[in-house]
Design a protein. Structure first.
Length: 540
């Protein structure tokens, strides 16, 4: 590890790397690094692409040794940015009132937390620069399977079914034949419909590519997105970059046809960073959704990896035994998501894994490396009584003027960087809401009889979190209506008040059944508020 870098020096270096990629027609190298399947931060994608664009998996010298591999003699290391931290003493704050907590003597209580102080340059090496024990790669495994037209068609069909059957989003995907038209498909922003033109997109791979391209439009350029009104060329370039990353991940040969417009991004590096960051986020989320639909196949792959040591570490850290089949609540802080997963055991080789509430297979390694375990929701027939809240794990940390990071308890960065502190706080609000919604899903599925206490606690937290976003104190929404509104707020984080929510509802597609459900929930919320106001008047 080298000397700590000045933040101005870091930004200068990153902008220089990005500019060189544009000027030397190497933009595609950056997309290839994003398509490698590793969870690199945006800044480290720039660092890696500028030094070793063919990299697929990087680790430090000693990390490779622990994995049974050794760096080849004479190999040149790759520089990446690694955050550094220091312990700071801060006052404890009541999350609900914002007031300083005090001890029995009236003195402010304090606690020691870690805060990002800057970045160091870490020296790492790509797997191609090492030799030793073979490391199985899930991406290679999936690519081989999808060489079959039948497997790709199955994945395409299942992805469409997943989107169309999701009650929490209004997007609808369908196939239609339009022989007189030349387009492969389109996304209608006003109705949230995606149409695949089967008269032009005829093969499984063509339909898959068009679907990913149009799905990217739906995620990047819907009515709530602040970049939706940028030039058509900008929007097409983003969608094409997303489709390129996803296609490369799954092993399909593809080219970029929007390179002319992409070159114009070099004229505004701040806009370029935002555009590329959105592309990276949507492509990752799309790959994760697609992989979740292949959970059984991926589980077969994970059985080739020995998870015994990870199993012992998880059990020791959380005082559980996977033999008891506990259900864990997991925080994906990088994406602001919360899921729950139950331990299962493969009958063939007795290895453990986790099955999520979306039927996705998560390996023990993923739980240990990617997710933070928030709570053991259910274990040995007992439900959790008082669960830990997501917002207690997350905080907004200032890393430089105009830059804020969302960090985990202990100082670990979630790689979420914002230009305004309020944006980081909104991200934490969204994550906290996602926990309430996830807990509600768990309670609706569990076979446990004694759920009343946890339901009451979760509804209390849900109302507090809804009230925080909508700027409404003492909100009293019924669970069903609160959940309906909560999903809208999680999907549309720009909604930050009741007026915003009302405008959002007015702009929803009136033909979708979900619109009536959301409108009804909002009406109930307003009625509850009026009733509360009347009670307060009578008390006066």
């Amino acid at each position: 590890m080298s000397t700590k870098l000045d933040l101005t020096e870091i930004n200068t270096r990153l902008e220089k790397n990005l500019e060189e990629l544009f000027n030397n027609d190497r933009f595609q190298d950056m997309l290839d690094v994003m398509a490698s399947g590793h969870q690199y931060s945006f800044n480290n994608v720039l660092m890696i692409a500028s030094q070793k664009p063919e990299a697929t998996m990087v680790r430090g010298f000693k990390q490779w040794q622990t994995l049974g591999r050794h760096v080849n003699k004479g190999e040149k290391s790759i520089d990446i940015l690694v955050p550094s931290f220091k312990k700071v003493e801060v006052q404890k704050i009541n999350e609900q009132t914002g007031e300083v907590l005090r001890d029995k003597n009236g003195d402010p209580e304090s606690e020691v937390k870690q805060s990002i102080t800057g970045f160091m340059v870490g020296k790492v090496f790509d797997v191609s620069q090492t030799n030793g024990k073979e490391i199985p790669n899930v991406r290679d495994f999936i690519q081989k399977d999808l060489q079959s037209s039948e497997s790709l068609t199955e994945l395409y069909d299942r992805f469409i079914d997943r989107i169309n059957q999701n009650d929490q989003i209004s997007l609808n995907i369908q196939e239609e034949a339009h022989p007189m038209d030349t387009y492969g498909g389109y996304y209608n922003r006003q109705t949230d419909d995606i149409v695949i033109n089967t008269a032009v997109s005829t093969t499984a791979e063509q339909k898959f590519r068009v679907l990913i391209h149009e799905y990217a439009h739906s995620q990047l350029h819907h009515r709530e997105n602040e970049l939706k009104d940028l030039p058509r060329g900008h929007r097409e370039a983003q969608a094409e970059c997303t489709a390129y990353i996803v296609s490369q991940y799954y092993g399909f040969d593809t080219d970029l046809s929007s390179t002319g417009y992409i070159a114009t991004w070099a004229q505004d590096l701040n806009l370029a960073k935002q555009a590329i960051h959105e592309v990276q986020t949507v492509s990752r989320e799309t790959i994760e959704q697609l992989n979740s639909l292949q959970s059984e196949k991926i589980q077969d792959f994970y059985q080739s990896i020995d998870p015994e040591q990870t199993k012992k570490e998880i059990e020791s850290k959380h005082a559980i035994s996977l033999d008891d089949r506990p259900t864990l609540q997991l925080l994906d802080a990088k994406n602001g998501l919360v899921i729950y997963a139950t331990a299962e055991q493969n009958e063939r080789d007795n290895q453990f894994f986790f099955r999520t509430n979306t039927n996705r297979i998560v390996s023990l390694q993923d739980v240990d490396e990617r997710y933070r375990i928030l709570n053991v929701l259910e274990n040995k027939g007992e439900l959790v009584r008082e669960y830990q809240k997501a917002e207690d794990f997350l905080k907004v940390t200032k890393i430089e003027d105009g830059k804020y990071a969302v960090t985990l308890e202990g100082g670990e960065s979630t790689q979420r960087i914002f230009t305004k502190k309020a944006e980081g706080e909104q991200f934490i609000q969204k994550t906290a809401l996602a926990q309430s919604l996830n807990t509600d899903r768990f309670l609706s599925k569990t076979q446990h009889k004694d759920t009343q206490h946890l339901q009451k606690l979760n509804n209390k937290h849900l109302n507090e979190r809804l009230g925080s976003v909508l700027k409404q104190k003492n909100l009293k929404a019924e669970t069903q209506h609160g959940v309906t509104i909560g999903w809208q707020l999680v999907k549309n984080p720009r909604i930050q008040s009741k007026d915003d929510l009302q405008q959002h509802i007015e702009g929803m597609n009136p033909t979708h059944s979900q619109t009536k459900e959301v409108a009804s929930a909002f009406k109930q919320l307003q009625s509850a508020e009026k009733s509360k106001d009347k009670e307060n008047e009578l008390e006066r």
